[in-house]
Design a protein around this ligand. Structure first.
Ligand SMILES: [Zn+2]
Length: 468
């Protein structure tokens, strides 16, 4: 018997990656994930990426429920095949077929319900963040979570509410959301190969550490009085003056697709005042496995119009400038010239070189990223004093590169990881905070949950950026 039409369409809308296959995609569609989070706002991106990856059922329990009805509506419009439902607090209310549990919030929040969940014996991901920093721990058999959570780190004072509402927390909670969604896919498909592992990161310094086994949450996340890193190197939090600076800033985002969606989400959420949307494409069903700004209800609309609908809802204060056009040699400089910074989220190499050249000529900082399958890279360029895209990748591929080699399949939340990093890098540059990825390429391997940084150098003979 042929499967029902809507079920066929649902499988069709996912990208079948070699690592996942049709069977894997069906398995995801039959899976149930439980998400317990401190607030709707802090884990919205996680839920969008779980829906994008084609999860069957999402059970949610939020301590702070503001925005819940609206989020459930949005997820339903984004992927009508996913069942999303709020459940009563407490893991005893979970259906028996729940495949993975996710607990996300401040460490205090994460530590508390985790103890209740341990009786359920489902694989668990704990995800805590504070300021620029985040911590993710996967445990296959949650025997004694309290011991893991606090075995090394200091306990926060009782009743203390951790300050977790800074702009920098937008970056760390969004990154955690995308990272957790990648891990959920791997766990459900048995692609992860260790019983327990974890990841710590600091987005201000771009420090990432992946470890095997389990480890306590870093003291700087666990304890409100401890700051991270060496004194003098710690770049500090985003201040009120920085927030005002972001509100006055103008960022052009080229491409509103896989990378553009999380980059735009992060920039609008962080409070960047004016954002240019540059895209010539229309929303197609095949985009929705990764492009979370769009939805089934906006199929056929220009992507810049569809993105506008989403971003206005996310942050009504943001001023959006739409360019429903392809970036070309003729219009690139004119479009970019009135903006402070450019975020390149395109899916083809020709436009990447074009954006790089225009930014070098106009002396604009440029944040670059690319994704493929379970992997991605990101870098930040200030062509006057750092390596540009041409320095990093000097061989210009022929124009038929894409038809020859791709585009390859992309796991949606992997684009979420890199696009969020782009949004974070853009705000760091605008605020002159932290260490951006200048002369550095950050490489993410989602299959290994691993980040690596490669140092690069400016090419003294680069035709684009030398002697600028
Ligand atoms: Zn160069």
């Amino acid at each position: 018997m042929m499967p029902h039409n809507s079920a066929m369409e649902r499988y069709h809308r996912q990208i079948i990656l070699p690592e996942i296959g049709i069977e894997g995609q069906k398995k995801l569609g039959d899976s149930t994930v439980f998400v317990q989070a401190q607030s709707v706002e802090s884990c919205a991106l996680l839920l969008f990426y779980l829906a994008a990856a084609g999860m069957g059922t999402l059970y949610c329990d939020f301590a702070e429920k503001q925005g819940l009805a609206s989020l459930i509506r949005q997820i339903g419009a984004f992927n009508s095949g996913v069942k999303i439902q709020a459940v009563q607090p407490g893991c005893e209310n979970l259906p028996g077929d729940t495949g993975v549990g996710v607990i996300q919030g401040s460490l205090q929040y994460v530590a508390q319900p985790a103890v209740d969940c341990s009786g359920k014996c489902i694989p668990l991901i704990l995800a805590a963040n504070r300021g620029w920093q985040g911590w993710l721990q996967f445990i296959k058999r949650p025997d004694d979570l309290r011991a893991i959570l606090f075995k090394r780190g200091p306990q926060p004072p009782r009743g203390y509410n951790m300050p977790d509402d800074g702009t920098e927390s937008v970056f760390s909670s969004n990154l955690l959301g995308a990272l957790v969604a990648v891990e959920v896919v791997k766990i459900l498909l048995s692609l992860e190969n260790s019983a327990a592992y974890g990841l710590e990161f600091d987005l201000s310094t771009m420090r990432f550490e992946r470890y095997k086994g389990s480890k306590a949450c870093p003291a700087s996340i666990a304890h409100p009085c401890i700051t991270s890193g060496t004194p003098g190197l710690f770049p500090g939090l985003i201040t009120t003056a920085d927030t005002q600076q972001l509100a006055q800033s103008r960022v052009a985002v080229v491409g509103s697709g896989g990378l553009g969606s999380p980059a735009l989400y992060t920039l609008a959420k962080a409070g960047v005042g004016t954002i240019a949307l540059v895209d010539y494409d229309q929303v197609d069903i095949s985009n929705l496995n990764r492009q979370i700004l769009h939805s089934e209800t906006r199929l056929g609309l220009p992507k810049v119009d569809s993105a506008e609908v989403f971003l206005r809802q996310l942050n009504p204060a943001v001023n959006l400038v739409k360019h429903n056009t392809c970036l070309t040699e003729e219009n690139a400089r004119e479009i970019i010239s009135t903006f402070d910074l450019v975020v390149d989220c395109v899916d083809n190499l020709k436009t990447r070189y074009l954006v790089n050249e225009a930014c070098a000529l106009l002396n604009k900082p440029l944040v670059e990223a690319g994704v493929n399958g379970f992997e991605g890279i990101a870098t930040t360029i200030m062509a006057a004093h750092s390596a540009c895209y041409q320095c990093l990748f000097p061989a210009r591929p022929s124009l038929d590169y894409n038809s020859k080699y791709g585009p390859q399949g992309i796991l949606g939340p992997v684009a979420g990881v890199l696009g969020t990093i782009q949004g974070c890098e853009a705000c760091k540059c605008l605020n002159k905070k932290g260490n951006p990825l200048l002369n550095s390429i950050l490489a993410y391997d989602g299959m290994e949950a691993q980040f690596e940084i490669f140092r690069t150098e400016k090419d003294p003979n680069c035709p684009i950026c030398a002697k600028r």
